[in-house]
Design a protein around this ligand. Structure first.
Ligand SMILES: [Ca+2]
Ligand SMILES: [Ca+2]
Ligand SMILES: [Ca+2]
Length: 457
């Protein structure tokens, strides 16, 4: 916490700042600009998260706790971001029993300037920055980047409108202190004139970025649910904007018209929520049915896409908010692709097959003797994550390589389970016999779904 210690070494939260204020003179009795504030300039922090969440004016929470919870960020914002601001100015804690307010007067105004616009809190009734607790000397406010009049999803209607103003209708906790326009890229500077012609200021960079579109796997079984995520912070007109849909076109080699799905923002609490522009969609695959889609906010959209084994699946999205050197009139199609498992490849994950061959006493068979009554017990373990319908063939050849016996049966095995097949046979000859077990896919083309098992006895 030393980085947040007051410049004159007085810890922010251990000493009442109005009695041992860094400038030693309470501003309400002496004009701040007559003290010597140059060694005690306030400190300003830009936070990407809201540092007073659950901490505003709460007993036991110190100014240091709040500053320590600020995730400082000076770049990576987008045109709809909110910059949360803390100003540590113990000299402005004029009444230790009351929440003081700074910045909304013409003597010591807080202002914000972007490349496109500027705003000041000096006007009538503007929301000033409010003290985070009566005796903190720490002040909170926020500046919203309001974008500019622009159609972000290509439907012909503008989605952001820009505007530079201070906020005055709702509290600074609800609406922040003010807004300034922000276009494709630029910087926003916030100034606090804490003494005549003396400013503390901070600057943050903002820029549009290129969207990404990601499938959660490089290859899918037809039974898998696909999670596709569009990521573009520029799509958020304001932090936590859940209402704006963005259209993603998903299609396959088998269904080239495919489905159009609307993606909506879903909060991701890993990291800084307002900086996570994640728009997930879910869909399933089918070999048989027609494709269809249904769109709904909050991640409740559902899609079904028709595919064939071995197909490529494509997802396409138009990004209308591209970084330089693109212009604001440019748009770019973002494309991502993935594969549907080829069933022939499925045999690369064979089922596990084992066989026990026993004599009439139930002991393992070691020699083949004419007339022996043998039992063949075959276990098939379904190592796949889906049910298997297997067609199992048992073939026995004598020492002359002549097939003496062949039998078959079908068995359905749940994922992770073992199926058992038993057959009996009376040996017709002496000598070495070869026992072979073949496991085939009963549903699709009788493809082999295990390595053939061969035992010589
Ligand atoms: Ca106070
Ligand atoms: Ca639009
Ligand atoms: Ca973008």
């Amino acid at each position: 916490m030393t980085v947040y210690a007051a410049p004159n070494t007085t810890a922010p939260n251990t000493t009442a700042p109005n009695t041992t204020a860094p400038n030693t003179t309470a501003p309400n009795t002496t004009a701040p600009n007559t003290t010597a504030p140059n060694t005690t300039a306030p400190m300003m922090l830009f936070c990407a998260n809201n540092p007073i969440n659950d901490k505003y004016n709460v007993d036991g929470i110190t100014a240091g706790n709040i500053m320590g919870g600020c995730k400082e960020k000076l770049d990576g914002y987008s045109w709809g971001s909110r910059i949360y601001i803390l100003i540590y100015a113990p000299g402005w804690n004029t009444d230790s029993d009351k929440l003081d307010v700074i910045g909304n007067n013409k003597h010591n105004p807080i202002t914000a300037n972007s490349r496109e616009g500027n705003m000041s809190l000096e006007g009538d009734g503007c929301n000033g920055f409010i003290e985070t607790a009566p005796d903190h000397g720490l002040f909170y406010g926020s500046i919203k980047l309001s974008g500019f009049k622009y159609d972000i999803n290509g439907d012909g209607r503008p989605d952001l409108f820009g505007g530079n103003r201070c906020e005055k209708n709702n509290s600074v906790l609800d609406d922040g202190a003010g807004r300034v326009e922000a276009k494709q890229n630029g910087a926003v500077t916030v100034n606090f004139e804490y003494s005549e012609k003396k400013f503390v200021s901070k600057t943050a960079l903002h820029s549009w970025r290129e969207a990404t579109l990601e499938f959660d796997k490089t290859e899918y079984d037809v039974s898998d649910e696909i999670h596709l995520t569009l990521t573009d912070l520029d799509n958020m007109r304001w932090p936590f904007d859940k209402k704006q849909p963005y259209e993603i076109h998903v299609y396959s080699d088998s269904d080239s018209s495919g489905i159009l799905m609307d993606a909506y923002w879903v909060p991701n609490y890993k990291g800084i929520v307002q900086m996570n522009g994640h728009y997930p969609i879910k869909l399933n695959l089918t070999f048989d049915d027609e494709s269809y889609e249904s769109s709904a906010p909050f991640g409740f959209s559902h899609g079904l896409l028709r595919v064939s084994p071995g197909d490529t699946i494509y997802a396409k999205y138009w990004d209308y908010s591209l970084p330089k050197p693109y212009s604001t009139d440019d748009q770019k199609q973002i494309v991502s692709s993935t594969k549907v498992n080829d069933l022939a490849l499925d045999t690369t994950i064979p089922l596990e097959v084992s066989t026990e061959i026993t004599d009439s006493n139930g002991k393992p068979l070691h020699h083949c003797v004419k007339g022996e009554n043998i039992k063949i017990k075959t276990n098939v373990s379904n190592t796949k994550d889906e049910p298997v319908s297997a067609y199992i063939i048992t073939q026995i050849k004598d020492s002359n390589n002549v097939v003496q016996h062949i039998s078959w049966s079908t068995i359905n095995i749940a994922p992770g389970k073992i199926g058992e097949i038993n057959s009996k046979w009376i040996m017709k000859n002496d000598g070495v016999h070869t026992f072979e077990i073949f496991v085939l896919d009963n549903l699709v083309n009788l493809n082999s779904i295990s390595n053939p098992l061969m035992i010589e006895i």
